[in-house]
Design a binder for this molecule. Structure first.
Ligand SMILES: NC(=O)c1ccc[n+]([C@@H]2O[C@H](COP(=O)([O-])OP(=O)(O)OC[C@H]3O[C@@H](n4cnc5c(N)ncnc54)[C@H](O)[C@@H]3O)[C@@H](O)[C@H]2O)c1
Length: 260
């Protein structure tokens, strides 16, 4: 699919990190970009900087996502590209011992459910609502109507201790890709996912130099964290290259996460 000024795109989580870099890359190539995010201040600022629009959207709310797509489509037209980066979750070990009291506790079912909403259910919601809109588009020359990119994680395949919810739900995101690509094949809509390794974004937080050095050293090559622009570059290729479909791709400098 060609990326130019006729293309409308939606990027969730576009106010920060990987989503922001992707929104910037799409806009730099000419696309009309709508950013969906809960962070209004940052979302507005990024949208302004790239000449796009901001929609305050909470991906855990059906009503909010439906309203976001309606707002974006009213201004930019139906999106042909949807990149879903936003997520929210809670973490904890299946069972852990409280250091002070010595008591055993577990990651509660409520916490797991919260993460399921913020990772897996939100991915289905955003992707399926986008596909529903794309279905009514006229196909491009090669029969393609649109393309959807989900964001999983290397934790989908090698989650660490304390990532039972995150890892299993990101594996679920990878699990959406093939059945969705097959469901949408007659409509000419492609679905892929990216599994980032460790990227330098606000998600990681401010790390002490020592921790950062050891994270950098844990990557086989290049010996550093991934750059958000490297994620964006792969997302752009997944849009441009119409033969990519039904695939979840690691982007990780060959890292394989150890248990801890
Ligand atoms: N950074 C990494 O190392 C890394 C590694 C693997 C996977 N990922 C995945 O990449 C994606 C993007 O992460 P990032 O590192 O860019 O994080 P980030 O924190 O920089 O950006 C996430 C954005 O999502 C928004 N957001 C959070 N909850 C939301 C909600 N309920 N509704 C709408 N927007 C919401 C935040 O406001 C923020 O702008 C996530 O799915 C994350 O799991 C990141």
């Amino acid at each position: 699919m060609r990326i130019d000024n006729t293309l409308s795109a939606v990027v969730t989580g576009g106010a920060s990190g990987l989503g922001r870099a992707t929104a910037e890359a799409l806009a730099a190539a000419g696309a009309k970009v709508a950013i969906f995010d809960v962070n209004e201040e940052q979302g507005e600022a990024v949208a302004k900087a790239i000449g796009g629009m901001f929609c305050k959207v909470d991906i855990t709310s059906e009503e909010s996502v439906v309203a976001g797509f309606a707002k974006a489509r009213a201004v930019h037209g139906q999106e042909r590209v949807c990149v879903h980066c936003a997520m929210t979750h809670r973490k904890g070990k299946t069972v852990s011992r409280n250091r002070e009291t010595g008591e055993f506790t577990r990651l509660s079912t409520e916490d797991y459910e919260y993460a399921a909403q913020g990772i897996l259910v939100a991915s289905y919601r955003v992707a399926s609502l986008s596909a529903l809109g794309m279905a009514s588009l006229d196909p491009l020359e090669d029969g393609e109507r649109g393309t959807i990119i989900l964001t999983a994680s290397v934790a989908a395949q090698d989650a660490q201790i304390g990532q039972v919810a995150y890892g299993s739900l990101k594996a679920g995101v990878n699990g959406l890709v093939l059945p969705m690509a097959r469901d949408l094949m007659d409509l000419g809509i492609r679905v892929n996912a990216i599994m980032p390794g460790i990227f330098g974004t606000p998600l990681l937080g401010r790390l002490p130099d020592k921790v950062l050095d050891s994270l950098n050293a844990s990557v086989p090559f290049p010996k550093r964290l991934g750059k958000p622009e490297e994620f964006a570059s792969l997302a752009m290729e997944l849009v441009r290259n119409s033969y990519f479909n039904g695939q979840a791709i690691r982007l990780d400098g060959a890292i394989r996460m150890a248990p801890r």
